[in-house]
Design a protein around this ligand. Structure first.
Ligand SMILES: Nc1ncnc2c1ncn2[C@@H]1O[C@H](COP(=O)(O)OP(=O)(O)OP(=O)(O)O)[C@@H](O)[C@H]1O
Length: 257
């Protein structure tokens, strides 16, 4: 059996009195494209933030690529909280595309993409530029390398965000509502790029989205989150056409109608 590349085992996350993840069990297999859907506040983005090591967990265990993420083995073999060095090493396995692009405003498009590979991976500038240009080509922006983010549309900026995440060659790519900050007419171009990646790459993809039609098209599996747990999951066909849970039906009716 394939080992999951992402595994949440009874994970608890609280913010003060609010329990956001309530003993969450969740797995993603290598190469799988999984969408997380669900009502606002159900903990979807928190799952991504935990994976990016932006927020710590309060209980349970998260593993990425077979290794504990928030823990590491001490000399006596027991698990202790992860050191900064362990978190940094684990973070390299993941890339994230943010809702608000998060590009460096004072750097050109090319430099936005080469910066981390040069600084973090130690790539030569020439090689990093060559790879960045290939990635810009992949996202349809080969002719925008020397522009600054403010000279691009939101859709173009988000495509640079995708190229920038890919430049670090992550095993897993996370998308946090990648189109929700865009004007409606710019959503399609970003979804096309993500859809193309999903089709052509063996990259593992985990996507939090409100775009139901898109989740349906690109996902191998869709998970419906509710109150910090997976209420229902299945193939897009199963979940969207014939959900078994009343709560899933209500949610889909509200967002699709
Ligand atoms: N840093 C934080 N401090 C306090 N509360 C937080 C923090 N981050 C998230 N929360 C709360 O945790 C809950 C879950 O947040 P999360 O962003 O994971 O929800 P979501 O399902 O992604 O929602 P949405 O679809 O609205 O983005 C929300 O009630 C949110 O207000």
């Amino acid at each position: 059996m394939t080992e999951p590349i992402i595994k949440f085992d009874k994970v608890i996350k609280r913010f003060g009195d609010l329990t956001v993840l309530n003993e969450l069990d969740f797995e993603v297999n290598p190469g799988e494209k999984v969408s997380i859907i669900g009502p606002s506040g159900s903990g979807k983005s928190t799952v991504l933030r935990i994976l990016m090591t932006l927020v710590n967990i309060d209980g349970g265990m998260v593993s990425v690529d077979g290794e504990p993420l928030w823990h590491e083995k001490g000399q006596d073999g027991s698990l202790k909280p992860a050191s900064e060095a362990h978190l940094r090493a684990m973070r390299m396995k993941l890339g994230m595309v943010f809702q608000s692009f998060n590009l460096f405003p004072h750097m050109t498009v090319l430099r936005n993409i080469t910066e981390a590979p040069v600084r973090v991976l130690g790539l030569g500038k020439k090689e990093a530029s060559m790879r960045a240009r290939e990635l810009l080509d992949l996202v349809g922006l080969a002719d925008q390398a020397d522009k600054y983010p403010h000279q691009l549309s939101g859709g173009q900026q988000q495509r640079v965000g995708i190229a920038r995440a890919l430049a670090m060659r992550p095993k897993i790519l996370l998308f946090d509502e990648p189109t929700s900050a865009l004007d409606p007419e710019l959503v399609g171009e970003v979804l096309n790029v993500i859809g193309g990646l999903a089709e052509e790459h063996d990259l593992t993809m985990l996507l939090v989205t409100h775009e139901m039609r898109f989740a349906r098209e690109i996902s191998d599996r869709v998970c419906f989150f509710d109150q910090g747990q997976i209420r229902e999951e299945g193939t897009p066909e199963e979940l969207f056409t014939d959900p078994t849970e009343e709560r899933t039906r209500e949610f889909l009716k509200a967002v699709i109608d």
